[in-house]
Ligand binder design. Structure first.
Ligand code: IMP
Length: 209
């Protein structure tokens, strides 16, 4: 298969930064949705990470007529039976655990973190994992799918300002720092997204010429 361009189907700035670094050694031009003049809105309304990633991949590949890489990722907390899960980005406003209002000048990430810390207050079981599902899909309906996990625990309070999302409250197994205290290079080496991307790159290397 000959491919000279690939579209990363996300507008999340934290993810764009990570994906650009992860795919920079592929001999392919990497575009993101920010490079596309026409925008389409894809609603992530499915119940699994894979279904959401595949839905986005199909819609972007068919609309932009380009091979695409999409990801659906999230945080699963053991004590909360896997929540926030596929609701990670909008956890603050779902009914589970009570709706959390966004304060003046506060971001969605901050409201999500506040809600999660409230639900885990005083709890000893703080085990959690990040999950990443990545889909590669072409307009000819050829697809690949990979998955990656990062295990760890939820901190008592946010620390660090380097990452995005739940990074300031996630301490990976074997570490004392949160993900937001690690450099991007180090996060990519151990992260769910880093692992799923590495697996996808190995598969792509077999089919791309
Ligand atoms: P989506 O994959 O764009 O639907 O969003 C997933 C949500 O999960 C993000 O908005 C973050 O809240 C969270 N998330 C996914 N990956 C990470 C990560 O690497 N660090 C911190 N939060 C993440």
């Amino acid at each position: 298969m000959i491919i000279d361009k690939i579209l990363i189907g996300t507008t999340n700035k934290g993810k764009i930064r990570e994906f650009k670094k992860l795919f920079k050694d592929l001999d392919i031009k990497v575009l993101t949705l920010e490079d596309m003049p026409e925008k389409i809105d894809v609603v992530e309304d499915r119940e699994t990470f894979l279904e959401n990633a595949l839905k986005k991949a199909k819609e972007y590949a068919n609309f932009y007529k380009l091979p695409v890489i999409t990801e659906d990722a999230g945080l699963e907390v053991e004590l909360l039976n896997g929540y926030p899960g596929v609701y990670s980005a909008r956890f603050y406003k779902i009914e589970f655990g009570g709706v959390e209002n966004i304060g003046d000048g506060e971001t969605k990430d901050e409201a999500n973190i506040r809600k999660l810390l409230r639900l885990l207050k005083g709890e000893n079981n703080r085990k959690a994992r990040f999950v990443s599902n990545i889909v590669f899909y072409t307009p000819e309906s050829f697809g690949l799918w990979t998955e990656g996990y990062l295990y760890g625990r939820i901190a008592e309070e946010p620390k660090g300002d380097k990452g995005f999302g739940y990074d300031p409250i996630f301490i990976p197994e074997g570490y004392n720092q949160t993900l937001a205290e690690l450099d991007l290079e180090e996060k990519n080496k151990i992260s769910h997204r880093g692992k799923a991307s590495y697996r996808l790159k190995k598969l792509l290397a077999k089919i791309l010429k």
